[in-house]
Design a protein around this ligand. Structure first.
Ligand code: HEC
Ligand code: HEC
Length: 412
């Protein structure tokens, strides 16, 4: 559908309309509502958000009590971490300090959490391993609703808790262990949930720990009996907290203000960039709708790094979930909400700037002309490059259009 909108729009542009008039056509062709930062949404009905705050900010759910969500989804980094690849258990501090701290590397670039509680946000993680479709929540631990999770976000929010490098620990040497790792490591699918539920029950017994006493108090306040304290409660509470946090801290972006009628919210250059985005740049063929993602999977042929979730250090993307050859190197179209604040870019954080990631969509060759790129790296990217979406071949924009496009991305 969006491809038709682009064709229609590219031909409209040649009618000699003003920038604002052309953009009005784009806004209606792409059915943009400008309502991502929605301050008026109803407060969370079960009032679980203060419980979720405890899980988000305190390291109580990690095997070695050394990590919480807030270590990687950081307030002053637009709820991402600013690193190419995230650093999990055993990591210390932020930024460079964390990179060199010897913590376990999580081989993907962290997402911001803005807009994740929006009901149009249906596909989570770079490979879409949690996805809402046909009123079911597909996930590696089974169907979400049937286990008491209230949304795809609440399932996505607990998956890090089940992963060794993000929460379970231990990072100092591959064979080190703790009781939490031992409890979960050998379990598969929803048996992991049962094991984690046991961990949660045991946790409540540790009343010498001040954080646990705060947790017990919060469970009382939310009128949740101890024996009902399960992983789905944690997920629903985290989802409530994320929804509230984003609602309180979001500001309507300049683009959102523009969609809502404030024609001065964008500069002339940014308006020109918006026209490129919705027109000949064809960005909106994939980065569509108000969330700037079609919630679908495509290959941009992003260079493989040296670390990936596959056993050969590669990242096969969507194929890790579907096991289909044609899905190799496809990744979820990332939402571009707040994108100028979430560098570095790409599923493995290989692009330091917006300019480099956008250029790579258009013509990847500049990347390989860098003297630091070895023949071996080029060979390794053979398959990934060959899988590039054919839509990308039709993006033909000049230097000046690229400059205005980048200015537009700053307004999102
Ligand atoms: C070690 C750093 C780290 C920690 C700790 C962490 N995350 Fe993340 N988060 C990431 C990375 C990296 C990704 C992307 C992973 C992927 O797509 O495979 C991510 C993705 C997500 C997503 C999916 C977003 C999207 O748009 O698809 C959600 C939701 C999320 N994290 C919530 C949480 C919550 C809640 C916690 C705490 C329970 C948490 N994270 C802890 C690094 C971290
Ligand atoms: C064929 C679908 C498609 C088209 C067309 C497309 N993109 Fe993308 N874009 C993606 C996918 C998929 C990724 C993630 C690729 C990866 O990391 O492997 C991405 C990544 C990005 C990122 C990095 C975001 C982040 O958080 O890491 C930016 C910025 C971006 N695209 C902007 C653009 C712009 C600007 C255009 C138009 C010139 C465009 N895209 C056209 C699918 C597309």
């Amino acid at each position: 559908m969006y491809r038709w909108a682009i064709l229609l729009f590219v031909s409209f542009q040649s009618w000699g309309l003003s920038l604002d008039d052309s953009l009005d056509v784009a806004i209606s062709a792409f059915q943009l509502k400008g309502n991502v930062c929605d301050k008026s949404s109803p407060p969370d009905p079960n009032n679980l958000s203060s419980l979720g705050k405890i899980f988000f900010e305190r390291p109580i759910l990690s095997g070695d009590k050394d990590i919480s969500c807030a270590n990687c989804h950081i307030d002053n980094k637009a709820l991402a971490d600013g690193l190419p690849l995230a650093v999990g258990v055993g990591g210390i501090g932020e930024d460079k300090e964390r990179l060199i701290s010897g913590g376990a590397v999580v081989p993907r670039n962290a997402f911001t959490l803005f807009a994740r509680a929006d009901e149009r946000y249906t596909t989570f993680f770079w490979d879409g391993k949690v996805q809402m479709a046909d009123n079911e929540i597909y996930s590696p631990i089974g169907e979400g609703y049937s286990m008491g999770f209230e949304s795809a976000l609440s399932v996505a929010a607990i998956l890090p808790l089940l992963s060794r490098d993000e929460f379970l620990g231990h990072s100092n040497g591959p064979y080190n262990s703790n009781s939490h790792v031992e409890l979960l490591e050998n379990q598969y699918f929803n048996d992991k949930v049962k094991a984690q539920n046991k961990f949660l029950q045991d946790l409540l017994k540790d009343t010498n720990d001040a954080d646990i006493r705060i947790l017990v108090q919060a469970l009382n306040n939310a009128e949740i009996a101890k024996q009902n304290f399960t992983l789905s409660v944690v997920g629903n509470a985290l989802a409530s907290f994320i929804r509230e946090k984003v609602k309180v801290t979001c500001e309507p972006s300049n683009w959102e203000q523009y969609i809502n009628g404030d024609k001065r919210a964008l500069t002339e250059k940014q308006k020109e960039g918006a026209l490129v985005f919705y027109g000949k740049g064809r960005c909106a063929a994939c980065h569509s709708g108000d969330l700037l993602s079609d919630m679908n999977f495509h290959s941009v042929g992003v260079p493989q790094g040296t670390q990936g979730p596959h056993m050969f250090g590669q990242d096969l993307g969507r194929a890790l979930v579907t096991y289909r050859t044609e899905d190799r190197y496809k990744f979820k179209t990332p939402s571009l909400i707040s994108v100028s604040k979430t560098a570095p870019y790409g599923h493995n954080g290989i692009f330091p700037s917006l300019e480099s990631v956008v250029k790579y969509h258009i013509n990847p060759m500049f990347f390989y002309r860098n003297p630091k790129v070895t023949d071996e790296m080029i060979l390794k990217n053979n398959e990934s490059l060959a899988s590039r979406s054919e839509v990308l071949r039709w993006i033909k924009i000049d230097e000046e259009e690229l400059v205005s496009l980048l200015k537009f991305l700053e307004t999102l």
